[in-house]
Design a protein around this ligand. Structure first.
Ligand SMILES: CC(C)(COP(=O)(O)OP(=O)(O)OC[C@H]1O[C@@H](n2cnc3c(N)ncnc32)[C@H](O)[C@@H]1OP(=O)(O)O)[C@@H](O)C(=O)NCCC(=O)NCCS
Length: 182
């Protein structure tokens, strides 16, 4: 089956269905698999996913890209082009800990592939589509935050995220991975 890489816009006809499938992948791939309550599950989603899916305007700083097989979402990338602005509304540790780096690497992203779709090269296609979008808007850099021992670090390095900073926040080491864009 051939996979398409698509940018989702607020006017998208099937947006609600696409977002539902994104949410399924979000929880399937989350580092947290057990929640103390439904409220804890909701607030986890509201921190890491909801802000990117609630934007009402097409031309703005939020981005949602999906990899689709026919009408099935097999992976997604969410991002914001100006993290310093995003932080004013949605601040949390993995943002504030690296605040001094946000001028050099303004955009950030989150990416997850459905478990049965990992390792097929689709993540690289999503990253590449997002980076082209950022470059077309003259954004000078992009970053993400992961764990220094996470398996995905090799993937990000191969995609060019070579500026690495490890900092400890709340007793946990976090790894900032940045990349300059032309
Ligand atoms: C990380 C991820 C987005 C990469 O996309 P992909 O399409 O699978 O990546 P590619 O096929 O282009 O490249 C393969 C690389 O992806 C990474 N990867 C593959 N499966 C992975 C998994 N289950 N968990 C973490 N990283 C994984 C590895 O770096 C792998 O290289 P390796 O086999 O040498 O270790 C995707 O695997 C994924 O969603 N993983 C689980 C969730 C995750 O780690 N999300 C990122 C949170 S910061």
């Amino acid at each position: 089956m051939s996979t398409s890489i698509i940018k989702i816009i607020p006017e998208q006809a099937n947006r609600a269905e696409v977002y539902k499938q994104i949410e399924t992948i979000f929880f399937q791939t989350s580092s947290v698999q057990q929640f103390a309550s439904d409220q804890a599950r909701d607030s986890f989603k509201d921190r890491w996913l909801t802000p990117y899916l609630t934007s009402q305007k097409s031309e703005n700083l939020y981005s949602v890209w999906v990899a689709m097989d026919e009408s099935t979402v097999v992976g997604y990338l969410t991002g914001h082009a100006q993290t310093a602005l995003f932080r004013q509304v949605h601040d949390h540790l993995s943002l504030s800990l690296f605040a001094d780096l946000h001028d050099d690497y303004p955009a950030h992203l989150h990416i997850n592939m459905a478990p049965n779709q990992q390792g097929k090269g689709l993540g690289a296609s999503l990253i590449s589509a997002y980076m082209q979008e950022l470059q077309s808007h003259k954004i000078c850099g992009v970053h993400l935050v992961t764990g220094p021992k996470a398996r995905n670090t090799g993937f990000y390095r191969r995609q060019g995220f070579n500026a690495e900073y490890i900092r400890n926040g709340g007793g946990v080491d976090l790894l900032f991975m940045g990349q300059k864009l032309d």
